[in-house]
Design a protein around this ligand. Structure first.
Ligand code: ZN
Length: 519
């Protein structure tokens, strides 16, 4: 069945124009496959006329079979004063051999006069010639009306004439573009209504997020009657980015109740968002609506208490609908419910009337006051809860350690010795490292490895240091956050001390202890 709103993804073209985004051909192919599996309707692969990488992408993509999506090559109308058959950039669009070709053309008289520097009639001919030429080559043609809203505001009559030129030449879709991203939803609604009245072909919307309204503007256009929305995964794009598809898709499906991507794809939205961030080597934005890790995180004690009773009380939708999950943050703002829900999440049996609950909450607040932070150190929190519930004995104890550092000319040596006690037996080891913490980590792992060989698979993936009380200078407290992995799962631990080595050791010891619990 035809969806009510088609999704046109331009992550690989407009998205790759975002700061810090750089896709190789292999990256683009992997993203295209993922988008196809997710169920978007169009994938704009690139602009063959602008770079050889995109030509290579289309050459490779030709060999792939896409199940849902149709591949689109992107380009512009022919140059002024050139026959369309003679235009190299247009020729490359045909040679990309995609079923869909999307071209952009000028709506705005300002751009015609000042940027293109041609007559208004020549601009109309450029639009019509190019659309017709592509149609004659059997393409499904999408016409992106660049600066559509700004152009209309400047000279409505001419703007409409440019869209009609594309339609008369046979364009299958006219897409209204807020290229500069500065329009307000009321303006978008008004001008979209005009376009719907003047044109007979289908209409789409392409917005940018320059004033934080990319998604809002797309939704208002859909509400007015357009049937295609263009955007990028995670809102990548020039300047502040494009309309964010990871927001607009669930808004269409779950809020406006219109069909777009297959229903079974929605719970894979967060995964898609993380996948694309992973390939782009971008940190996943925790505050991203719908799919961010904080999108359904509850921190304030009162909120958590209410969510424990009724999840809908502080959640606009079930997080699972988009593949996200509810998390509870434990901090000095916490109440009993935070601890109970977090404990359940971490696998402990705890209820609001468990006697140890008060002691756990008290200890958490005490430690937070000393500078500990458990939001990124769930493993340390799990150990704290476990210890207070007295479920087990400590598997090992660090009896003594020594760290030394010396420099001889250009040679630098860091050395650490550690003595651990496990079940009455002691192990004493020494190790060198690039720095004191690295040496300490190696020595500790070596000592524990004698008793627990599987700890060898644990590695540190991140080490963060934060000085807590800057007013007291070097005597300030240091918080160390460590992220560890055993290849199967990741966990975070925390240590706080006036001594950075001591703080690091605490976090390292917690990390090892947690690894022993979760083998
Ligand atoms: Zn754009």
């Amino acid at each position: 069945m035809k969806p009510q709103v088609e999704i046109y993804d331009t992550t690989l073209r407009d998205g790759s124009q975002g700061e810090g985004i750089n896709f190789s051909v292999a990256d683009k192919l992997r993203i295209a496959e993922k988008l196809d599996a997710f169920g978007v309707h169009y994938i704009e692969g690139g602009w063959p006329g602008s770079n050889p990488k995109d030509i290579e992408f289309f050459a490779q993509a030709k060999k792939k079979k896409f199940k849902h999506a149709r591949l689109a090559a992107f380009g512009s109308t022919r140059k002024k004063g050139v026959q369309v058959e003679q235009d190299d950039q247009v020729r490359l669009l045909i040679e990309a051999e995609t079923p869909v070709v999307t071209i952009f053309g000028k709506t705005s008289m300002l751009h015609v006069k000042e940027v293109l520097r041609c007559t208004p009639e020549e601009n109309l001919a450029m639009i019509a010639d190019t659309v017709k030429f592509l149609k004659d080559h059997g393409k499904f043609v999408i016409y992106d009306a660049e600066h559509c809203f700004d152009g209309y505001k400047l000279d409505p009559e001419y703007a409409v004439t440019t869209w009609q030129a594309a339609e008369k030449a046979g364009a299958d879709f006219i897409v209204l573009c807020d290229t500069n991203g500065g329009c307000l939803p009321v303006e978008v609604a008004e001008i979209t209504k005009v376009a719907l009245g003047k044109l007979n072909c289908r209409i789409g919307i392409h917005t940018h997020d320059d004033i934080g309204l990319g998604v809002a503007n797309a939704l208002v256009a859909i509400k007015t009657g357009v049937v295609q929305v263009q955007g990028t995964i995670n809102g990548y794009g020039e300047r502040t980015g494009n309309c964010n598809l990871t927001s607009v898709i669930p808004c269409i499906a779950l809020k406006m109740k219109k069909t777009c991507v297959p229903e079974k794809s929605l719970p894979k939205l967060k995964e898609l968002s993380q996948f694309v961030d992973g390939i782009a080597n971008m940190r996943h934005n925790p505050r991203q609506p719908w799919v961010g890790s904080a999108a359904f995180a509850h921190k304030g004690g009162m909120h958590v208490n209410a969510v424990q009773k009724l999840s809908a009380s502080y959640e606009h939708i079930d997080p699972a609908a988009v593949g996200n999950r509810r998390t509870v943050l434990v901090s000095d703002l916490s109440g009993r419910s935070n601890i109970v829900m977090k404990a359940l999440e971490l696998g402990f049996k705890l209820a609001n009337d468990t006697p140890e609950l008060k002691a756990i909450l008290h200890r958490v607040k005490e430690l937070e006051n000393e500078g500990y932070e458990f939001e990124a150190a769930e493993a340390s929190l799990a150990l704290l809860i476990g210890r207070t519930l007295k479920h087990r004995e400590l598997p090992f104890r660090v009896d003594a350690y020594h760290v030394s550092m010396r420099r001889n000319g250009t040679e630098r040596v860091c050395e650490a010795t550690v003595k651990v006690i496990v079940g009455g037996k002691a192990a004493h080891t020494v190790a060198e490292g690039d720095g004191p913490v690295n040496a300490l980590d190696s020595a500790l792992r070596l000592a524990l490895g004698k008793f627990f060989p599987h700890l060898q698979s644990v590695t540190l993936t991140d080490y963060k240091v934060r000085i807590l009380d800057t007013a007291t200078g070097t005597a300030a407290k240091t918080r160390v956050l460590i992220q560890s992995t055993n290849g199967k799962r990741d966990w975070g631990t925390v240590g706080v001390s006036e001594n950075i080595i001591e703080a690091s050791l605490q976090a390292l010891v917690d990390s090892m202890e947690f690894a022993l619990l979760k083998k």
